[in-house]
Design a protein around this ligand. Structure first.
Ligand code: 3HC
Length: 327
């Protein structure tokens, strides 16, 4: 076992170089870090930030699709969409639980979301304007999420990696049901094909933004990769997603809204046009079409659920007191 950080006279933990080196040695040896293991405060903080924002994204991500459950064109489509939205809620709960193992409470994470201190994925600030969006979100947004989440199954922090394994299994169903919706529309009437193409035009670029800023502009990637929280860089995962998705769009007979998209033999992948990072940061900073609606909906749900949390807590306290009295 390696030495812990020195505990200073005021009880603070000074992270000695020996402590940091020993921790990095565990990471490099592909050991899983568990919640009670000594860890650098920066490692813990990075995980609380990323897992918390990931959890927020799952819960906020229920809203755009929840909007279409009552308007699904058939019982089969409604059942699949209902199942998907319920899955996203479960993913959020897994991830909040994983974050709580690092000493942060759900209340604190939710307060940070509602105050704007914590982020969620910018993709969920775009409006869902047609039924085709349900297909495109499953196909592209969940497709991008899978590309990003498969490597997270090998994240150095145990609870996050383990949560991702089940999440990824369910994401595959999400992506397939979305692609099937788009395929059905692409093979349908002209009106249906136009609806699918319009949806692809609106969701393609925001889906590429899901992978985060270019590597050169990514504040956290280098350290996150050294700590094996991230296994691939933002640009590497974005490229894998583009290379996997272009043939799918071609198979559907749909056109990706990027005139610069072109296979590059030398690179063994597609070159693509510039991403509008001004739009990305404008949306991340709260000025997207749906930002205010999303946060308002989350705040209402949080406030409306207060009585449930209080009742559950009161019950737990009473039960604990009864058990202690019986001892
Ligand atoms: N939306 C909003 N903010 C984003 C973002 C996006 N798409 N991409 C990056 N950012 C933010 C980062 O959070 C960071 O801000 P912060 O310091 O305030 O947290 C800043 O931009 C710089 O970005 P970095 O690349 O340096 O940040 P990361 O190293 O954290 O990388 C990430 C960003 C790739 C999204 C990484 O956090 C990650 O892999 N997170 C886990 C996966 C996740 O959260 N996915 C979100 C979608 S979940 C989903 O789609 C559910 C599905 O079921 C539909």
């Amino acid at each position: 076992m390696y030495s812990q950080g020195l505990i200073g006279a005021d009880g603070s933990t000074e992270e000695t170089q020996e402590f940091l080196d020993a921790f990095q040695k565990r990471i490099d040896a592909e050991e899983k870090i568990e919640p009670n293991d000594p860890m650098p405060e920066g490692y813990r903080r990075t995980l609380v930030r990323q897992i918390g924002q990931h959890a927020h994204s799952e819960i906020v991500g229920m809203l755009p699709e929840g909007n279409w459950i009552t308007r699904a064109p058939s019982l089969r489509r409604k059942a699949a969409l209902l199942a998907k939205v319920q899955d996203e809620g479960g993913h959020g709960l897994y991830l909040y639980s994983a974050a709580e193992t690092l000493g942060v409470s759900r209340e604190q994470m939710t307060e940070e979301l509602l105050s704007g201190k914590a982020k969620y994925s910018s993709i969920f600030n775009y409006p869902t304007l047609s039924w085709a969006d349900m297909g495109t979100i499953g196909w592209l947004v969940d497709g991008a999420a899978i590309m990003n989440q498969i490597p997270l199954c090998r994240c150095s922090f145990g609870p996050y990696a383990r949560a991702m394994i089940r999440v990824c299994k369910e994401e595959s169903f999400h992506q397939r049901q979305g692609y099937e919706i788009v395929m059905y529309l692409a093979r349908g009437t002209k009106e249906q094909r136009d609806m699918a193409q319009d949806s692809l035009n609106r969701w393609w670029w925001p889906s590429l933004m899901m992978f985060g800023p270019h590597d050169a502009d990514s504040a956290h990637s280098e350290q996150s990769m050294e700590w094996k929280i991230k296994r691939f860089s933002n640009d590497a995962l974005r490229q894998k997603f583009i290379d996997a998705t272009v043939p799918q769009a071609e198979f559907l007979g749909l056109t990706l809204p990027d005139p610069d998209l072109k296979w590059n033999d030398e690179k063994g992948g597609y070159d693509h046009g510039p991403i509008d990072w001004d739009e990305f940061w404008r949306v991340v900073k709260g000025d997207g079409v749906m930002n205010r609606d999303r946060v308002k909906a989350r705040k209402k749900a949080w406030d409306d659920g207060a009585w449930v949390r209080e009742a559950a807590l009161a019950h737990a306290v009473k039960r604990e007191a009864r058990m202690q009295a019986a001892e």
